[in-house]
Structures are given as structure tokens and as C-alpha cells.
Design a protein around this ligand. Structure first.
Ligand SMILES: [Zn+2]
Length: 400
């Protein structure tokens, strides 16, 4: 038995001191020694208790701070490990959202800003809402032909990007050389390329069905010079486009450093629209489209990829595998979102955490960063005609 840290017999002495004064007084000397021991012992106990108390308080405070910083910066991958021993505030923060689901059809897997089309992913769909550039574009760039189409969101984004390019550089020499192509036209280009090269396959023209140009999301840009038309090389004034295109939802799809993954040589003229959020995430993350989709596939709605744009807007981005005829894609109630098929068997959802309204639209870009565009309404026919009249020269070579 221990009493206040002392063996039992000493406790008895202490009790006898307080309760039986006289008897103790006769043993004053020995009691004084005991008192001294008790005092020292008491002091030791006090110090020990104090140390325990302080360390407890420090632990409490650090726990609190950890929870606060964890909320702001928890990058999805690591947080699940640490949350196991403190399931309180951090997890509640994550699950505070009310989740619901949106049903997506199997065909939707092949539609949307983020669809992957390359030599192993055939485009087996037809783009909806194609818009002709002629009559719908601004006067900051020209057209190689009168009959050029892209998704309406892409026409708007192109107008906004080229208006900003003109504003920044004063340069209006950019010529849209190739946009949407149907499969038949791609077949003609492919056959012509084989005939010209004498080879059995082409390394510059995609096989019909495997070109991004079928999707209505891809644009080839050239520029007019005294030497004729040349595909953009991303230098001089045109470096602005390489650096800023993500702000308008475009990526430079085929870069030198990713050619081993994309299977396509560097094409600084081929711009692919993926929407503003994905374009910024891809560009800032240093991914090509193939790598980006692989990365997002590691994040489902319970472990979303958290992305903060340079404007400070916060997004959750996550993958949902296709589940046959219909797929239930999780979304957060009251938050705007966009869902795109990937054309490789699933869906990628972007939830905008900053928005309160529930503007829901599937398989399209709802990110809201691009202002809705009617900017193309006052198109300049003169510049279009000058563009379309310029037919031959080097930009006739076909890519993509
Ligand atoms: Zn192209």
C-alpha cells in the first residue's frame, strides 16, 4: 500500500502526529527528520504532478493546432493515415458535405471536356453542339477555311484567348488551320499521307477514329508571314499562348518531354480544350493528359484530389469508374460541379467548393472561370476572308 508516495508505515506516523499530539511530541527529534523527508517527498510529488500537468496541456494545445492546420492543407494522400488516431474534427470536416449521386449513361463515358483520344483510345461518338467559327469568332485571328467547326464552348474559349493574345501582343496573325474533322475527312487525309510517303502507316496523321480533331476539342494554329503560313512553334509572340492558354481552358497537348507517353512528336500548334480547371491542374502539375487521368484515377470521391487555382478557388477532383448501363457519380449537394467522361471507362468530376448554387450540368464545363461568351457575335468578315483566301503554303501539312 502506498500513501501519497510513501510506504504505509510512514503514513501511520504522519497520522499519529496529527491525531495524537502528545505521544508524538516525545518523539520530536525523529518526527522532525520524518517531517523533512515528508517535505522533500511532497515537493518531489508536486514537481512530478506539475510536469505531468504541463505536458498534458502542451499535448492538448498541439493537437488543437494540428487539427487546424490539417484542415487547410491536408493533401488527400497522406491524411488518411494520421486521421486514424484522431477521428474527430478533421474527418468531420470532410464528411460535413451532403453527398448525393447523379446517374450517368454509358454513352456519357465518351463525352466531355476530358475525354482521352489517342492511338489506343478510339473516339466512338459524335460531338454535339458544334459551332461554325465563321460568323461567331472575334477579329483577333483568322480562319484558313470558311467551314470550320468546334464545340461551342471551344469557339468561345478560342475567342477569349485570342482577344487576350491580341491585347497583350498586338499580333493578329494567328490563323486557325484545323479544327473539327469527321472520320471520313480524316480517312482522306490518312490515305493521302500514305500515298505521299509510300509507307503503310503514318506518323503525322492519326488513324481515322483516333484523332482528337474528331472530338471538336482540338485546334491547330498557324501564323501568317511573308513566307506563307507556318504552324505555331511557341516562340516569340506565340510563347504567350503556350504560357497563358490554360487560363482559357486549353493545353498544349503534345510536348517534347511527353512524347514517349503521348506517342506524338512535339506539336506546339495543337491546342486541346479540357476546361479551365483541368487545364490549370494539368499545366501546374506538369502532366500530359494521359498522366493526368492516371493520377486522378487514384482519387475517388472519398479521397478526392484537392486543387486550388491561382485565383484561390478550391476544387475537389475525383474519378468514378463506369459501372455499365448507368453509373452513380457522387456529387456534393449545393455545390456546382461538372462531370466528364474519360473515354477510357469512367468519369472525372470537378466540384467547386466555393460555389453555393447548384448549377449542374454534366459532360460539359461548368467551372465558371470562363465568362459566358457572346464575344464572337461581331465577327470581322474581312479578316475571315483574308484567312480563308490563304489556302496553300506550308500549313497545308496536316497533323494530329
Ligand atoms: Zn492537331
Amino acid at each position: 500500500m502506498v500513501c501519497g508516495g510513501f510506504p504505509a508505515e510512514r503514513c501511520e506516523d504522519f497520522v499519529s502526529y496529527s491525531s495524537k499530539g502528545r505521544k508524538v511530541r516525545r518523539r520530536r527529534k525523529s518526527v522532525n527528520v520524518r517531517n523533512l523527508i515528508i517535505l522533500i517527498g511532497g515537493a518531489v510529488i508536486t514537481i512530478v504532478l506539475f510536469v505531468l500537468l504541463v505536458s498534458g496541456a502542451v499535448r492538448l494545445i498541439s493537437k488543437g493546432l494540428g487539427a487546424i492546420t490539417g484542415q487547410g492543407s491536408s493533401d488527400t494522400s497522406g491524411s488518411s493515415v494520421t486521421s486514424s488516431d484522431e477521428p474527430s474534427s478533421e474527418e468531420n470536416q470532410e464528411t460535413a458535405y451532403t453527398w448525393t449521386t447523379v446517374q450517368m449513361a454509358e454513352a456519357d463515358e465518351r463525352q466531355g471536356d476530358l475525354i482521352l483520344v489517342n492511338s489506343t483510345h478510339e473516339y466512338r461518338s459524335e460531338p454535339e453542339d458544334l459551332l461554325i467559327f465563321y460568323g461567331n469568332k472575334t477579329n483577333s485571328y483568322g480562319l484558313k477555311e470558311a467551314e470550320m467547326y468546334a464545340k461551342s464552348s471551344v469557339v468561345t474559349a478560342m475567342n477569349n484567348m485570342m482577344d487576350a493574345f491580341k491585347e497583350a501582343t498586338g499580333n493578329t496573325s494567328v490563323l486557325l488551320t484545323s479544327a473539327y474533322r469527321d472520320v471520313d475527312y480524316q480517312q482522306q487525309l490518312y490515305d493521302a499521307d500514305l500515298a505521299a510517303s509510300g509507307l503503310s502507316t503514318s506518323d503525322s496523321v492519326s488513324k481515322p477514329g483516333y484523332s482528337e480533331h474528331h472530338t471538336g476539342y482540338a485546334l491547330d494554329l498557324s501564323y501568317q508571314s511573308s513566307a506563307g503560313n507556318n504552324y505555331l512553334d511557341g516562340t516569340g509572340d506565340y510563347a504567350w499562348l503556350v504560357e497563358n492558354c490554360y487560363k482559357y481552358g486549353f493545353i498544349v497537348r503534345y510536348t517534347e518531354d511527353k512524347s514517349s507517353i503521348t506517342g506524338i512528336i512535339s506539336e506546339p500548334w495543337h491546342y486541346r480544350y479540357v476546361g479551365t480547371v483541368h487545364a490549370e491542374a494539368i499545366t501546374k502539375g506538369g502532366y500530359c493528359l494521359e498522366e493526368y487521368i492516371e493520377m486522378i484515377k487514384l482519387h475517388d470521391s472519398t479521397n478526392p484530389y484537392e486543387f486550388t487555382s491561382e485565383s484561390g478557388s478550391k476544387y475537389l477532383i475525383y474519378y468514378t469508374a463506369g459501372a455499365g448501363a448507368t453509373t452513380d457519380v457522387p456529387v456534393i449537394s449545393g455545390k456546382s460541379y461538372s462531370i466528364s467522361g474519360t473515354n477510357e471507362g469512367g468519369f472525372v468530376t470537378v466540384v467547386s467548393l466555393d460555389t453555393q448554387s447548384s448549377t449542374t450540368s454534366s459532360t460539359s464545363d461548368t467551372s465558371g472561370d470562363t465568362t459566358s461568351g457572346e464575344s464572337g457575335s461581331s465577327a470581322d468578315a474581312a479578316s475571315e476572308e483574308s484567312g480563308s483566301s490563304d489556302s496553300s503554303e506550308s500549313s497545308d501539312a496536316v497533323s494530329g
